[in-house]
Design a protein around this ligand. Structure first.
Ligand SMILES: [Zn+2]
Length: 377
């Protein structure tokens, strides 16, 4: 111990100098060097546009029918999520799960750029009888709850979630369409849906007939405590595309590999042959996806196929999404200015614009989800 102290004393100057040098090396890129966005920033549309990828969650409070598994309820993730929704567990239990939607709608109303948001239901895994298997479902947000609540908010739309293996899946599609759903959302890896299963053809045909696009997760899923990633292979989406469904690959498949090929490259290849295939840009500015950003924005396969979304509330978690993570693309002043924008949608749009997201990204979802979106202001 004494020897160590003596050594420390002896080399103190060198240690301090070394630490300073390391700090300078680590921090230098934040302050110097030429910053270039992924593409030259393009102007934003004059009118407000739609965020087509937002989440809600609930604990069943107020008779919502929502639930999260006991595992997730006791995991640190739930606390993070609720905090980013701007609610506490106590508030939810007191005021009901619809509080998340009230807060979301109010925050959105303050946005200068984004006028509407599509909030997504989430169906669960099923048992052998085709009924909800609560033991294997981590997060459940029922269509009935969302359809009823969304009506109260002029700036909110909703996406239904229907496990196609439910015995009444086709009737549920009709019901969702009749109640204003603008798309169908799947998380195949946690809902145990293989999109390439030929048994789903009638479901796909009905979706095409009702003009309900499929927003589906592709690539690895890490927001849940367990996932069957093999079902999220982009190649499994050939079947719905062949059956006439418009498919939107969430987050542009920016996670995971299949047979040694990045999910992202698979999706890019499929874009060429499938004009009805799109990708959303939600979560692309997250810390863990920066490596993909320039590729998503510049590869020709994705030109005209990207839709604006935030993956709210994840966009509110500053550890995950921050302009400070882009020292090579944004100047110090830009990073500071962007970090000071309080509204999550305005901050997200400003960051994405500064990074060079193409001009057609913002309004593409409005065009694609018509005519339903037009029903709301
Ligand atoms: Zn999402």
């Amino acid at each position: 111990m004494l020897r160590a102290m003596n050594l420390l004393k002896k080399y103190r100057c060198r240690l301090v100098a070394g630490a300073l040098l390391l700090a300078v090396l680590l921090l230098a890129p934040l302050f110097v060097g030429a910053q270039t966005p992924c593409q030259p920033p393009a102007p934003l549309p004059a009118a407000k546009f739609t965020d087509m990828h937002c989440h809600t969650a609930g604990l069943g409070a107020g008779g919502s029918g929502c639930f999260v598994s006991a595992e997730l309820r006791h995991s640190y993730k739930l606390r993070f999520y609720l905090q980013s929704f701007g609610v506490t567990e106590e508030e939810l239990l007191r005021e009901g799960d619809a509080l998340v939607l009230r807060r979301l709608s109010a925050r959105l109303a303050d946005s200068k750029q984004v006028g509407r948001a599509v909030v997504l239901a989430l169906d669960g895994a099923l048992d052998e009888r085709g009924e909800l298997d609560r033991a294997r479902t981590e997060v459940y947000v029922p269509n009935e709850f969302l359809a009823a609540e969304i009506q109260k908010f002029p700036n909110l739309l909703w996406g239904a979630s229907i496990n196609p293996h439910r015995p009444d899946a086709l009737a549920r599609l009709d019901w969702a369409k009749a109640h204003g759903a603008v798309l169908i959302k799947w998380l195949p890896s946690i809902q145990h849906i293989d999109p390439a299963d030929e048994k789903l053809i009638p479901f796909y045909r009905k979706m095409a007939e009702l003009q309900l696009p499929l927003l589906t997760h592709v690539g690895n899923e890490r927001s849940f405590t367990r996932a069957h990633d093999e079902y999220s292979d982009p190649a499994r989406l050939w079947l719905p595309l062949r059956e006439g469904v418009t498919v939107i690959a969430a987050h542009a498949a920016t996670t995971g590999e299949y047979d040694g090929e990045r999910a992202f490259d698979r999706l890019a290849r499929m874009m060429k042959d499938n004009p009805r295939l799109y990708a959303d840009v939600s979560s692309l500015t997250q810390l863990n996806k920066r490596a993909y950003l320039r590729e998503v924005l510049t590869r020709p396969e994705f030109a005209g196929r990207l839709l604006y979304g935030t993956d709210y509330p994840l966009v509110e978690i500053r550890l995950l999404v921050s302009p400070w993570y882009y020292p090579r693309q944004l100047t110090l002043r830009q990073r500071y200015t962007l970090s000071k924008i309080r509204n999550p949608w305005d901050r997200d749009v400003a960051l994405k614009q500064a990074l060079g997201f193409p001009a057609d990204v913002w309004t593409k979802a409005d065009a694609l989800l018509r005519p339903t979106v037009c029903g709301k202001p």
